[in-house]
Design a protein around this ligand. Structure first.
Ligand code: PHE
Length: 340
């Protein structure tokens, strides 16, 4: 029976080292050490031995059992580590693969133009301010030298809310708010929404303007012209020229309408500029002394210039857009083209 035990041991150790999976190893464990396993059965049949041989035999079987259990344990560790390794390999990621791009939104072209304008003027030392979109008649008209019944009120088809409350028709009222609060020197730009009852390919009932105001001792028309020239070059490119045409605004004197050379045809004449080579983008002028008096400034002490530029106008020009409504439809196929 001893030889039998030795044979079982050899076979069991062999099965143990041959097992190539944890599952096979468990089968071997059951075969030799299980309830009906070969080693278990031989221990049970010990009764056939003469009683004096039993202790020694029992000891031998127990030693073999211990040895086998140890071998199984060691092999199990080896196999499970190998299996884990294989599983991890199967799951591994190739981190060198290029990632999938996340679709990102872009800033609206109108916002981009406003941001660019702010930067250009901040570099020149201007402050950015904002004013209310629902405005008093006083700020939108009266303080700007447009008294009730003044014909200039007809220039802007205003949305009135009450008799003296309205959706501002221009950003110029911000000039008054700023001058009421601050003493010169003043150097501000004020971007924002304005409203007029007007709608076609080049007009929208809501659009954006950027107001500029400079008031200090000795400000001249030359300062205005130089500032606008610099702005045009930075916004539309170094080749850009500007042209000032005499005009009229109740709150500036003298006043001018300002054109930039057409950025599409560079001044040769094309469809966008109706063959004139020029495109109007803003109104400007020297702050009317009456306006300065209204806010308590002394026109003998300080002078100033102001301008109001149309944001959608600039966007249409800069990007060659021929219908203002495209800017407000928010069609993604349109907006996608302005990835900054
Ligand atoms: N507010 C004027 C407009 O909307 C533009 C302007 C602003 C003109 C400042 C002169 C000075 O037409």
């Amino acid at each position: 029976m001893q030889t039998q035990v030795q044979e079982i041991k050899t076979a069991a150790l062999e099965a143990c080292s041959q097992a190539s999976t944890v599952q096979e190893l468990n089968q071997a464990r059951v075969k030799y050490l299980g309830k009906k396993g070969e080693l278990t059965l031989i221990l049970r049949s010990m009764g056939q031995l003469p009683s004096e041989e039993r202790p020694l035999f029992g000891k031998l079987v127990n030693e073999v059992r211990d040895e086998l259990e140890q071998a199984l344990k060691t092999r199990e560790l080896e196999l499970s580590a190998a299996e884990e390794q294989e599983r991890l390999m199967g799951e591994s990621l190739d981190i060198t693969l290029p990632g999938r791009k996340v679709a990102r939104g872009t800033l609206h072209p109108v916002t981009q133009i406003i941001n660019e304008t702010k930067v250009i003027f901040m570099e020149m030392g201007y402050e950015i301010v904002e004013g209310p979109e629902v405005e008093w008649d006083y700020y939108n008209f009266e303080a700007l030298n447009i008294p009730p019944d003044h014909p200039a009120r007809d220039m802007q088809d205003t949305f009135f809310i009450t008799e003296d409350l309205l959706l501002r028709s221009q950003t110029s009222p911000v000039q008054i708010h700023v001058m009421e609060k601050q003493e010169p020197p003043i150097r501000i730009v004020a971007p924002g929404k304005v409203y007029r009852a007007d709608s076609d390919v080049t007009h929208s009932p809501m659009f954006h303007q950027i107001e500029g105001l400079v008031v200090d001792k000795g400000i001249t028309f030359a300062d205005l012209k130089g500032t606008l020239q610099l702005f045009a070059e930075k916004m539309f490119g170094p080749e850009t020229k500007i042209r000032l045409r005499p005009s009229y605004f109740p709150f500036t004197e003298p006043s001018a309408e300002v054109d930039v050379s057409c950025i599409i045809c560079k001044g040769d004449g094309c469809r966008v500029c109706s063959d004139t080579g020029w495109l109007e983008i803003l109104g400007a002028g020297m702050v009317d002394p009456r306006v300065l008096v209204k806010v308590g400034y002394d026109p003998a002490e300080v002078t100033g210039f102001a301008f109001g530029v149309g944001v959608e106008r600039m966007a249409m020009l800069k990007y060659g857009i021929n219908d203002i409504r495209l800017l407000f439809e928010n069609d993604v196929r349109f907006l996608e083209q302005f990835t900054s």
